[in-house]
Every structure is written in C-alpha cells, then in structure tokens.
Design a protein around this ligand. Sequence first.
Ligand SMILES: Nc1ncnc2c1ncn2[C@@H]1O[C@H](COP(=O)(O)OP(=O)(O)OP(=O)(O)O)[C@@H](O)[C@H]1O
Length: 650
Amino acid sequence: MEKKILIVEDEFIIADDLSFMLKHAGYHVCGIADSFDEAVGMIKKFQPELVLLDIHLKGKLTGIDLARHLGELDIAFVYLSANSNQKILEEAKSTNPYGFMVKPFREKDVLVSLEIAGYLHEQNALARRNSELLLEGALVDIVNENGPAEQKLLKSAKLLQSHIPYDYLAIGMKNADDLANRGRSFLRLGFNEYQIIGIDDLITVAGTRRQELMKIMEPSQADQITAIFNGLSFRELCSKDPEKALIAKTFGVNANLNAHVPVQGHNGFTISFYSRKDDTYNNRHLSLIKRLQRKLSLLEDCFRQARDIPEPAITRQITEAPTLTSKGSSKPAFDGIIGTSHLLLTALDHLTLVAPMDTSVLILGESGTGKERFAKSIHAFSSRRNKALVTVNCAALPAHLIESELFGHEKGAFTGAVDRRIGKFEQADGGTIFLDEIGELPLESQSKLLRVLQEKEIERLGGRNTIKVDVRVIAATNCNLEKDVAAGKFRLDLYYRLNIFPITLPSLRDRKEDIPELAAHFISKFSERVGKPGMSISPQALTDLRNYDWPGNVRELEHVVERNVLLTKGNVIEQVSIVNAGNKTIERVEETRMKSIDDNEREYILRILKQCNGRISGPGGAAEIMKIPSTTLNSKMKRLGITRHHMNGL
Ligand SMILES: Nc1ncnc2c1ncn2[C@@H]1O[C@H](COP(=O)(O)OP(=O)(O)OP(=O)(O)O)[C@@H](O)[C@H]1O
C-alpha cells in the first residue's frame, strides 16, 4: 500500500515540487499545510504515516511545536530545513526527528531519507513492543515469586526505571486504614541502589509532623488522575497540592507522571513517578503506563502484604550488586562502570533497555568516556553473551586492509593474500561486532558495511559466494557523525541504519560528582597492583581533581591516578600531578619528582605532534618522524590518553 505523507511547508513552490517528486516515486501525498493549525487539522483528518515539516511556518507556532505534537501521536517526521542557526537546530534535534533534509532537495536524497525514516519508525515500534512484552512478563514473574512483599514492590519499581525514568517513585493506597501503612516510596541513589522510604522516614526527611502529614496525604481527586506534569505545570500542581509540594521540596523534583491504577472493588492505588529533570515525561510514557495498568494492578496484593510489615525503625538503604548478571556467573555485567551521576545513570538505563534486544546500537561520546566498556556490557547482557564479541578499531586499520579485515578474503584475492582469511564479521557470527571509531571508516567500505546491514550477508574479497551472517552491530564514535554526513564523509543511509538506538556517554567534566568514586576505584586498583594496598587521597588533592577539565575523560583520570599512586611515597596522595595539554603540568608536587616511562613517552609524542601541527600519518606526519606505523602511533596515543583535545591545544 502507498505510504501516506503530509507536507507542512510555507513556501508553496517548494511544497509543490516535493509533492510531485513523492507522487512520482509512488507515495500518496495526502495534503500540503502551511501553518501549525492547518497541519493539526490535516493530521486529524488524514492520519498520515509520515510528515515532512519545515521549521519555519506561517503563524506564531513553528515546525518544532508541530514536531512535539507528532511525537505525542507517535507519527514519524522528517524536518525540511534551510540554513537554520545552531540553536534552532539543537532544539529541532531534541524532538527526535527521523531525519533532516536540507534545501534545495535532490530527488535521490529525499527518497533515501524517506526510506530510512520508515525503516527507523518500524524498528523503533518493534523494539518498543518487544521490550514492553519483556517488561510485562517480568512484572508477572515478580508478583508470582515467593518473598517479602516489600522486596517485590522494590523489584517492580526497579524494573520500571528504564521504561519510565524517575528519581523518586511513590506507590500509595490512600484508602488504607492507617497512615503508617499507606505508602512505600523509593528514592534512587545509584544504578541499582534505592532507599525505601516509609511514612515514618518521610516524616523525618521532610521535617514534618505526623498529624500534618496525615492531613496533607488525605485522599483527593488528584490521586485518580493519570497525567503528566512537567516543569511549569508541575509547579502549578504543587501550588494546589500540598503533598506534591512536600515531595518537590524534600527531594528536589521538577516533573511528575501520576498514574492511577484502578482495582476492582475500591479506589485502586497510585504510582507516581518524579524526576529532577523538568521535561522528563512524554506521551510515550503515558501510553505505556496506561497499557500496563492491568498488569500493575496485580501489585495490589504485594501492596496489601507490605502494609502488614512494620515500619522500619530507621531509614533503610538497599544496596545490591546490579541485577544484570551474565548468566552462569555472578559477575555483574556492569563490572567496572563506576559512577552514580544522573547522566551516567541515564546512559546505564538506556543500556539496560537495549541490551536484550537485537537492535544496532550507536555509542556516542568523547574519547575515554567508556564506550568500549559499554559495548562489552551490552554484549554481556544480551542473549548473544555466550558467543563472540569481536572488536574492530576502524581508525587503527590501514584503509586498504579494512575490507579484508572485516569481510575476509580468499587465497590469491590480492597480492599477498597467500591464505584464505576469515573476516571479523564471520568470526562474530551468532555474536556481536563492536565497530569502534566508525567515523574513520572510508566511504568505500561504508557502502559494503551498509550492504551487510541490509542483506545480512557478506562476500569475502575475491570470493564468488555470499555467506549469511547473524551479527549484532554496536558502533561507537567520538566524531560528530552528522557533521561528517553534511561534509560528505559519512553516508547518510549508513548513519541512519546505525543510529537506531543511540546512547550518549557524558564527558567526565559533565559528571564531576563521580570523580571521588572513580578516583577511589582507581587508587584501590593501582595501589594493590604495585603492592601498596590501602592508599587514599587527601581532600585537597580531590579538590584539584575536581577542578581540572579532563579533556581525556575517565581514561585520563585513570592515568593520572596511576601516576600519582606510583609517585606517592606514603599512604595518602596529598597532592596531584596532572600532565595536561601541551606538556604543561598542573603540579602541586615538587618539580623534581621522577617521571614514569609513560610520562616520558607521552611528552615525547606530544612534542613531535606539536612539530607536525597535530598530523599523525602521511608525509611529514608524526608517525613518519618517529619511524613507526601510524596505526602503532594511534594505539600508543590511545593507551597514553592523548586525545584530539590535547592536540587542539598544541
Ligand atoms: N564509568 C567508568 N568507570 C570505570 N572505568 C571507566 C569508566 N569509563 C571508562 N573507564 C575506563 O576508562 C578507560 C577508557 O574507557 P574506554 O576505552 O571504554 O573509552 P572509549 O570511550 O571507548 O575511548 P576511545 O573513544 O578512545 O576508544 C578504560 O580503562 C575504562 O576501563
């Protein structure tokens, strides 16, 4: 059947050209609107499957406003943009479009973008359906298992986290007969670390009196509502509802999704999600919770049982190893991912959500933020965990070898191919391939990779047959792939195929609150390694670590700690030495300190890079001067934590 498309564009000639192009390609253009209001009317009337929308429209409201409306209706859309400024583009991007088409349009690009948008929309819907089925099954399992009711509530709360994010979750039954047993709340402290808060705890934490709280928590109309309150609307709600106001003040939350769960025979109960971010909740969350209502109503039993458990005398903190364990081992799949900042937890939630599915994942983040570690965890928590995880660093391979490395070659395929070689894709059959630094893949190899993703088959170089492979692709990059697409260095269609589920890792400077925990982790690791267990760090040195900008992210912090563990004579790192860009050292220690071999090598490489204006390979590049292959220099730089940021500062 022809796909129904609506065009929303205020320039008639452009809209008309586009419409002609689309009809010619077999699409059904159901209408052309030039303003927000007209578009909303047509969407209601024609229910298009895809909308192409310009950012600038007639009237006050823009294409970005319309995009938000489309997001709520779960209709795919692609922006038609001229040269907009960065701020507008950022805002447009935050509405999660399925693509951008830049004017003037070439027919070929338009058709590819539409095909990709349709594909992504289907994939997303499929992935959502699958993860919802998993969620429903897991909820039923929890309700049916033996064990304390309060723990069952906690497990259900944890399960909901990656589907509907929250910092504080309150489950309450207001028609319970005594206040002490009216509710259980869960405050998130770490990835899998929650504090259970009963009514007595709430009285203590909020600094209120029992009677006052009892009054505030009287059953009200608001308990029966299933709705979203983000930012301003949450503040308005708080001005009318003292219970919400108390929670907002006590836990610093700015958004709320309130879900009423009806139960036969009484008023039911409420599950209320609260987030510190003020734009957390959307219609997707709302429709999910509505679809889950029947399954959630099964929690009623646990809730009633939990009412009979005496209130804890003191606030309890539930700290557990992550539940995501690799089967057959008690080792947490998140092994070695340290940190509890909001940004890292969000990334871990995304990891949890996507890992069990077979979807391609694109991990974005600066160098040293932990992309490879995330890729390993995704594999470890997937059903492919017993098969291979094959890693390929696209930047470290010479361009002429990439294809034989990825797809293999037959004997005699080219000069030097003395034997048949099995490529990385075949090695990863049944498992996962991790394509690190995907942005460095030459254009020619990109087309071949795209074919593998589409056809799920490879052809060895010099081979005559195609070979079916079943491989999940995880790609990572520290480049801005969209810029590379715009510059013609990265294929748009490949970008969209890979970008089905992006996970963005925060830079260390954006999650400085994790530095103490990370530092402690690395101190313990390196002090044991060098036979000086039990080392610690002084508050001043920790402040120095927090004050630094960390262009090399966690990898750089790891090196800095390693170096300081070696340099410190006693048991406490009193002052830190950080060798940063351009060989300047932020030192609070004496200059006369001994330098490690790595320090010397790092300084040497930085000096050579400076001489070559940051050029690594090719004539006059650093690799040539150092008489080593550029791939070796790249891996040395990676090991020593030398990044593009360092090079920008040269
Ligand atoms: N959250 C974390 N907790 C503990 N260690 C971490 C964390 N993130 C990264 N690391 C450590 O930092 C180093 C760099 O991590 P990793 O190689 O995964 O980064 P990357 O983003 O893939 O870097 P690149 O882009 O340079 O390939 C590794 O030694 C890893 O163990």
